[in-house]
Write a protein that binds this ligand. Sequence first.
Ligand code: C2O
Ligand code: CU
Length: 507
Amino acid sequence: VGAAASLSVLTSRGASEAANLLPALVRSDRPLPPRFVVPLPRPAQRTGSSVSLVQRIAEQEIIPGTRTRITGYNGTFPGPTIRAHRGQPVTVRVRNELDIGTVTHLHGGRMPPEQDGYPTDLLLPASGRTPKAIESGLAMPGRTTLAERDYAYPMDQRAATLWYHDHAMDFTGPNVYAGLAGACIISDDEERAHPLPEADRDLELVLADRSFDADAQFAYPALAPDQAYPGVHPLYLAGVLGDTILVNGAPWPVHEVSAGRYRLRWINASNARAYRLELEPGGELTQIGSDGGLLERPVRRRVITIAPGERIDTTLDFSAYPDGSRVTIRNTFGFGSTDAVMQFHVVRRIKDETHIPDRLSTVPALRREDAVRTRDFFLALELGAGHHHGAAPRPTGFLPHRWTINGLTVDTERDWATPQFGDVEIWRFTGVAAHPVHMHLVAFQVLSRNGGPIRPGDIGWKDTVDLGPLETLEVITRFDGFRGRYVMHCHNLEHEDMAMMANFTVV
Ligand code: C2O
Ligand code: CU
């Protein structure tokens, strides 16, 4: 009902308003970098029980021969990859040397609410300066910390590909775009027992699209800071798309590989872009895991879609290609410059001892009968709305829209749902536009799409699911782990910043 009502409002406003349903492309103000020339960077790897991350501004060579100012964990984009093992807790000490308030969230992690990176639990700058957003009343501080704080992660969960990124209320889009994102990989004994590719044949691939201004700086379409609202430009409230595809911070990189099996962990860290990955000249990726770790069995897939926030764990055996081959990862959702992602260059033969077992893990199915209730969530666009969650009023006539869940915009004081600890529930999402829906704390299973079967990419344990326009999907989860307040939100970061977020409290 909510989605249908929104749609009729939209159509009555005409086509120019309806255009706000679609993410918009920002064009670079300079020639695009060459494809398949820049080598794929490997993020620094961090292991052990304590990891220190300093958020700072740095310059990085992204486009060959130029320097781009980034905001990075340890001054790199992406930040270091945190490697953890199940049952061995990790404390991440984050220090804020920026002039904005930040929040670090480990996406896909299960941790107590105080460690989860609630969007108003800001880490304030070490300089002691009050961030502009707080001064102007745009950011609502919750439990703030000055300069430095620890995030204590139990890492008591299945082996999986996670990622961490900024989550500051209203500013996640610009902050992540500026570079505040990195991978986190958890292993466990079950996974280690499999002869899967390891070390330099186990690659995290952080996907992000960006555009560049004439000076090779990131071109996030924000209003100038001296204008009333320093957030995203109103034309881009439905999502910011870049024209340059970066993998691990390099444009359309190339990676030299041996003719053996590789593990490729795709992480979609893009603000609003979904990808459809296909191989050229043909072939299949073997999907072995999704957001929440290994599948029961490997699945061969010619086409893999990945929405913002999702992770797909795959293997690719390059021994199937002749020496010297170039295997390109295409993006068949993309047009023009965005129709390719990266390339692998097969340069040497090796003896490959790896193997993908037929049975990878057990994923016990949650059954409909186990659910004690079904909750409905309508994700819609509300036109002509002003500010949200009690922040200072935003300029009228300038930021006309906000994204809603059940007709409401984000509000730190309201719960959209209060599941009981241990209960199994079905959450049914219906969307007016494309919304990658993400739940904190829990992993869920997708039960149905539009009343019918799920799609290939919906299998396994998920924490983010690609809800298409005018689709309804049901997910099922058990609210165990921790009690307290968490959020569920759209992972299109511009939708998220424009209020498409809901609290739930496990009671
Ligand atoms: Cu990847 Cu609530 O975030
Ligand atoms: Cu959305």
